[in-house]
Design a protein around this ligand. Structure first.
Ligand code: NAD
Length: 357
């Protein structure tokens, strides 16, 4: 079977970590008789340099013409002075909306052998952390009406949180379906004690829950959820929440699992075309130094196999191989602790590839 993948290496460490993910995909392809055909696509700073546009039309068309998109990272100080409309990050937002990706899946998993890197090691004990944060990605306050006006009290500004029944229903369904494939526990996070949009959110989630009687549903206010993630993260299985709450809570969840270099993400819409990328940025401070951790990108590729191509065994194998290499004590500098073996980006990629036989 042939799978076509649009590849966006991007800027900073992007090209280095994407190379490792491609090597892993090719090795998995060899083992399971799949062919991955990659089309390199320009986006971010490199696209600004070439076309003065962070996401030219040809790039979005190329993504739409492939089965899926794998991205390294975009951005860097070279483009920081540019107007917000043509900065690299704008390309990413255009890509997400161009592909109509309304679901953002961010697993936050603490690998057993990385317990020492967890800031909450004494609280975690043997319970571990394995959370899937599901963030609504195309609605809410980031896309609502906003503006400024001059009043007698000086300048004022506003942003609007708005959610429709359909927007909530479709993300709730994704959350329940995901919970069904995991430990069947779903926490819906809102601020229904204050916000009308949250009250509708809660009503719709309850309505959808009637179709998933096996899933234990709990509602939690966002302030409490932020606290519980620190106090007892192992209580969570799947979390579903709005765009802004998800933005904040998923970063919090990722930080309690060790390094940002470990965590993948998937953004999905109605079609099978997904956007898979590590949660970190382009790390310009360590670019081209063979210091970057490629695991978040390799695990993003594993998510692509599972969610876009339905290749569950292949995806699980990559996750298992990453765990095996960590269990053997190999670490990139971001996760290095005394007594472990320090390796660079390329070697970490090669070690993971060497497990696929
Ligand atoms: P960053 O995630 O790039 O880096 C934060 C810190 O984490 C740095 O110290 C970096 O060295 C480290 N780090 C990140 N990824 C790592 C990895 N794989 N291995 C080891 N260490 C890693 O965030 P930042 O410094 O705030 O942003 C740098 C640039 O990336 C900015 O231009 C920003 O806009 C952009 N950015 C892009 C994305 C994206 O492409 N999705 C996301 C966030 C930030």
């Amino acid at each position: 079977m042939i799978y076509n993948v649009a590849l966006i290496p991007g800027d900073g460490i992007g090209p280095e970590i994407i190379k490792c993910a491609v090597a892993v995909l090719n090795k998995i392809g060899e083992k399971y008789s799949h062919e991955f055909v990659f089309q390199e696509v320009d986006a971010g700073g490199v696209a600004i340099d070439k076309y003065n546009d962070p996401l030219p039309k040809e790039s979005i068309d190329a993504c739409l013409n492939n089965d899926s998109v794998l991205l390294g990272a975009v951005g860097g100080p070279k483009w920081d002075h540019l107007d917000v409309e043509i900065r690299p990050e704008k390309g990413l937002l255009k890509l997400r909306s161009g592909l109509n990706l309304f679901t953002n899946l961010r697993p936050a998993v603490l690998h057993n052998s990385l317990k020492e890197s967890c800031v909450l090691k004494s609280e975690i004990g043997d319970k571990g952390i394995d959370i899937m944060v599901i963030r609504e990605l195309t609605g809410g306050i980031y896309f609502g009406e906003r503006g400024r006006e001059l009043t007698t009290l000086g300048e004022s500004a506003w942003d609007t949180e708005r959610y429709s029944y359909e927007e909530i229903k479709r993300i709730a369904k994704v959350a329940f379906e995901t919970a069904m494939k995991r430990r069947k526990k779903l926490v819906s996070v809102d601020k229904a004690n204050v916000l009308e949009s949250s009250r509708l959110w809660r009503e719709v989630v309850i309505e959808v829950s009637s179709r998933y009687p096996e899933v234990a549903l709990e509602h939690m206010y966002v302030d409490n959820a932020a606290m519980q993630l620190i106090k007892d993260p192992s209580q969570f299985d799947v979390i579903v929440t709005s765009n802004m709450f998800g933005d904040i809570l998923s970063d919090e969840a990722s930080q309690i699992t060790g390094s940002i270099g470990m965590l993948p993400s998937a953004s999905l819409g109605k079609s099978n075309i997904g956007l898979y990328e590590p949660i970190h940025g382009s790390a310009p401070d360590i670019a081209d130094k063979d210091l970057a951790n490629p695991i978040a990108t390799i695990l993003s590729a594993a998510m692509m196999l599972k969610y876009s191509f339905g290749l569950e065994d292949e995806s699980n194998e990559i996750e298992k191989d990453v765990t095996a290499v960590l269990d053997e004590g190999f670490r990139t500098p971001d996760i290095f602790t005394n007594g472990t073996k320090k390796v660079g980006t390329k070697e970490m990629g090669n070690l993971i590839c060497s497990k696929i036989i």
